[in-house]
Design a protein around this ligand. Sequence first.
Ligand SMILES: [Zn+2]
Length: 468
Amino acid sequence: MRVPTMLAGVLVLLMSMVADVLAAADVRSVRLWRAPDNTRLVFDLTGPVKHNMFTLTAPERLVIDVQGAQMTTPLEQLSFDNTPITALRSAQRSANELRMVIDLGAAVSAKSFSLPPNQQYGHRLVVDLYDKGAAPPVPATQATAPAQPVLTLPPVTSAKRDVLIAIDAGHGGEDPGALGPKGLKEKDVVLAISKELQRLINAEKGYKAQLVRTGDYFIPLRKRTEIARKMGADLFISIHADAAPRTAAFGASVFALSDRGATSETARWLADSENRSDLIGGDGGVSLDDKNPMLAGVLLDLSMTATLSSSLDVGQKVLGHMGRITSLHKKRVEQAGFMVLKSPDIPSILVETGFITNPAEASKLQSKRHQQALASSIHSGVRQFFQQSPPPGTYLAWLRDSKQSTQLAQIAQGPRTHVVSAGENLLKISQQYGVSLASLRSANRLRGDTIKVGQTLSIPATTLAIQP
Ligand SMILES: [Zn+2]
């Protein structure tokens, strides 16, 4: 049934007036997440609200007045362990105003903002409490801090350092990521795989892995790349599980950043849905490169081209190993505009470990055995990449160089003899000792290339022809 436009307008106006008069929004649940340096409180609301927050001292407390709201959930069962919060109280100041008081055991700097509904949650009021010493992020519009360094040089050190890998378990906290059947959450699956991958990497000499997210809390996407940069990471791996409207979709995929647009429509859609979670950060979603002046853009371009080629290389190796233990969604590394892959100087890949929306794949993703197999295959790809391209100054680079010089040293030797065994020929023997066929012939006064099993050949002395 169609309502005439004017009447509809009047209805909307009337309804919004009613909303202003009555306490229209209920606070129907409160959730709490503890990160290493901050505490996040999320108030789930049945509608949008206006709020005002201020602090009071002696004793320290935070007051939040919410217009047009009432508390409909008990607050007693919240646990404030390991947080600066000692209690959370609420009182109805009037029919139209809810006051919430957060009692604090230590001073904090606080930030609050509202979030509109998304696929998983309705209207929310978010309060972030930053521990003393941990500064809240500067809003993008007021950013006065100098731009990030465009290129980070590896630390100059004579010690043989470890290759450092940042493992980023996607989502976390009130951002569950994709949802599978029976309430399986992407954030839990990917954290388990990430921890297993970290364990495998740390067990190997010359490597060190650190988790970007160590528990169940949310980190904005840009902050994740900043954490990797502060670590001095040589590689950034973001671990995710896919979602698709079609539950039949299955298989793992690996992404690198797109240089121009996404390689497929799926990739674009996926990048949009993964990037959407950055809104939860509440600070406008400014991308890394927006901060840099135009001039730096040229340098960034150069750096990004080299970085992207490494990302594609490591991505293809990881995909190759994953293909041995699980189905692949795409056989080649895809490219898309994922926010977390935008570090200009750290090779970065995003691994979609499988479709959590596919019931069969979801139950595999949930199993410890499959999580271990996934972590192990990602590890194999990473190891293959770094063995081939070890960053300068690392133990792995030293190992590769010393192996090469050992091989060269073996080649550079004085005259020796060789007893011919079955299946050998002159060419093969010359190659084995790194001497020319001609010099081998002349050292043994051979006219042709015919040799006999058991024959003793003189091998001429060799010198180093190549720089070690
Ligand atoms: Zn994800």
